[in-house]
Design a protein around this ligand. Structure first.
Ligand SMILES: C[S@@+](CC[C@H](N)C(=O)[O-])C[C@H]1O[C@@H](n2cnc3c(N)ncnc32)[C@H](O)[C@@H]1O
Length: 264
């Protein structure tokens, strides 16, 4: 990774930011370190089956959602991009193949998920784009202010105990006018569809997940975390509170997921 994108460890601004993040974090209901460790171990356990689970549980619709992310990213050959909670690399590879950005940092806090992304990279995905993998906590980014034109985060923010810190960090590392694209499971506005969807989440998701990974409990967590995530307008307000000047969102598949676009 280019040194200039990283913030310097002794940088006083960096230290102030870290202590502010810790102070916010301890006010959360569950101690953030415990929540982080639990989430980390879930993704370590499911890393090798994650892509298959995604395809089966969404009945393939996730590919359509991915295309919407690529479109919203609006990247070009000059774009310097950071993919946060990139997991096995779906968003990075899709943007690379569509838009050939200048540089992508494909990051995640879980090395096992990144190992799958590395395998995909080795097999030729994203060919022609400079893609670099890095272990990074999305709530505390090791990059200098205003380093990126585009930051993406698909199904990641929901898993971060200190969500506001994650949004502020995305805002900080974006250049003025830069774009933060967040895809997240959300709340269907239609009450009947919402009820059916929640039944699906509660029954089918742990069932498929349990068969694939022998770890049904991780998928019960997935269900709970989706239901606990702020609704679309609330999340848009959080993005504004984090400092973004223009925030819009679009519901996909009746609001099962929402695509938020926030401009720095
Ligand atoms: C549901 S997966 C999404 C992966 C990928 N973005 C995709 O579209 O398939 C969530 C990812 O978030 C990562 N994650 C969770 N908490 C994180 C954090 N605090 N910092 C960075 N990554 C995190 C997990 O390791 C996991 O890879």
């Amino acid at each position: 990774m280019t040194e200039s994108l990283h913030s310097q460890p002794g940088d006083p601004e960096c230290e102030t930011r870290e202590s502010k993040i810790s102070a916010e974090a301890i006010s959360e209901a569950e101690p953030p370190a415990m929540a982080q460790a639990r989430i980390h171990s879930i993704f370590s356990r499911i890393a090798n089956r994650y892509d298959l689970f995604n395809a089966l549980s969404s009945l393939g619709i996730h590919k359509r959602w991915l295309r919407s992310v690529v479109k919203a990213a609006n990247a070009n050959q000059q774009t310097v991009m950071l993919d946060i909670a990139a997991g096995t690399g779906d968003v990075s590879f899709a943007v690379a193949e569509d838009s050939h950005p200048a540089h992508i940092v494909l990051s995640d806090f879980n090395a096992e998920m990144l190992a799958v992304a590395q395998r995909r990279l080795d097999e030729g995905e994203g060919k022609g784009t400079q893609i670099e993998l890095e272990v990074v906590d999305g709530q505390q980014l090791p990059f200098a202010d205003a380093s990126f034109d585009l930051v993406t985060c698909a199904y990641g923010v929901r898993n971060m105990p200190n969500r506001m810190a994650a949004l502020k960090e995305a805002h900080r590392v974006l250049k003025p006018g830069g774009r933060y694209v967040v895809l997240e499971f959300s709340t269907p506005p239609n009450p009947i569809f919402k009820t059916l969807y929640h039944i699906y989440l509660k029954t089918v998701i742990p069932f498929i997940g349990g068969i694939l990974t022998k770890d049904r409990q991780s998928f019960v967590y997935l269900n709970d975390s989706i239901r606990a995530f702020p609704v679309q307008d609330e999340f848009a307000d959080m993005l504004r509170a984090a400092g973004f000047s223009s925030v819009t969102y679009r519901n996909l598949t009746g609001g099962i997921v929402a695509l938020h676009i926030a401009i720095n």
